[in-house]
Write a protein that binds this ligand. Structure first.
Ligand SMILES: Cc1ncc(C[n+]2csc(CCOP(=O)(O)OP(=O)(O)O)c2C)c(N)n1
Ligand code: SF4
Length: 266
């Protein structure tokens, strides 16, 4: 099936600013789905609120555009009632890890089979550039005009320690790797987390004087390296890209089925 069949063309043009990285994530996601040959009727995309969450308007799957920070809770409900469907949950860093941080931890802990894509642009884009938990110490935002004193945390480490059975990170510069990682995440049986570093030139870029969208993408190229590379040993500041965790852990819906079976036997 061609990629165009996965798009809701009537919803275009999209609402993203010129140079926004979110469209690249959409592109990579559709290429991953095309490669897997999934039927669009077997896919449910659940999103919350944010520029990133608007992605659910542009795909011709079953879609739920829900409330800020609660996409994983809605997705859990869908998956528990229709476990045969493929659940994809795109979230901004604010949506996933600020207001939605608790849901993120517990979805990972349960290892429920769905793919969470954290579109990390280090800012609240939709509401005008407030700092997010991933903005980082020393950055600027509309709510941190004299510099942010909150520290960021590592999404990959959080997801891993909370129990996600597939955890990966890459950037929108590395678009082929992004499509490949999303494909692997969808194929994986369990809670999969893909952190996609992406640019918000309108707020994070402008507030932090990072130049154009192209400059920001170049920065993703220069500031990241494959997991375990020699470059990382020489420069520990580099951010690693690739698949960090891929393991077999009992999946929540399957475990729940066993409980039902036990209960029926009395
Ligand atoms: C309960 C609730 N609180 C706050 C908001 C306002 N709000 C909408 S989107 C958003 C943050 C968006 O940032 P992020 O999730 O990082 O996505 P981005 O827009 O950067 O892609 C906030 C605070 C809301 N819609 N609902
Ligand atoms: S405000 Fe930022 S995140 Fe939102 S569409 Fe514009 S560039 Fe993208």
């Amino acid at each position: 099936m061609s990629i165009k069949n996965y798009l809701r063309e009537r919803f275009f043009p999209h609402m993203w600013c010129p140079g926004c990285g979110h469209g690249i994530v959409l592109n990579a996601l559709l290429r991953a789905i095309e490669k897997l040959g999934l039927n669009k009727n077997d896919i449910v995309m659940v999103s919350g609120i944010g520029c990133s969450s608007r992605i659910s308007g542009y795909v011709d799957f079953h879609t739920l555009h829900t409330i800020h920070g609660r996409a994983l809770a809605f997705a859990t409900g869908v998956k528990m009632s229709r476990p045969e469907l493929n659940l994809i949950v795109p979230m901004g860093d604010g949506d996933a890890l600020s207001i939605g941080g608790n849901h993120f931890i517990h979805a990972a802990r349960r290892n429920i089979d769905m793919t969470a894509i954290v579109m990390n642009n280090r800012i609240y884009g939709m509401t005008g550039g407030q700092y997010s938990p991933l903005s980082g110490y020393g950055t600027s935002a509309t709510t941190a005009p004299y510099s942010n004193i909150d520290h960021a945390f590592d999404v990959v480490k959080l997801a891993e320690s909370a129990g996600a059975s597939f955890v990966a990170r890459t950037t929108v510069y590395h678009v082929q790797q992004l499509a490949d990682i999303i494909r692997q995440a969808i194929e994986h049986k369990g809670f999969s987390v893909v952190e996609a570093l992406t640019q918000c030139p309108t707020y994070f870029g402008r507030k932090n004087r990072l130049g154009s969208a192209v400059d920001m993408m170049r920065h993703f190229k220069d500031s990241t390296t494959p997991i375990g590379s020699k470059a990382k040993q020489e420069n520990p500041e580099l951010i690693e890209r690739g698949v960090f965790v891929q393991k077999d852990t009992p999946e929540y819906c399957q475990e729940y089925d066993k409980i039902i079976e036990r209960a029926m036997k009395g």
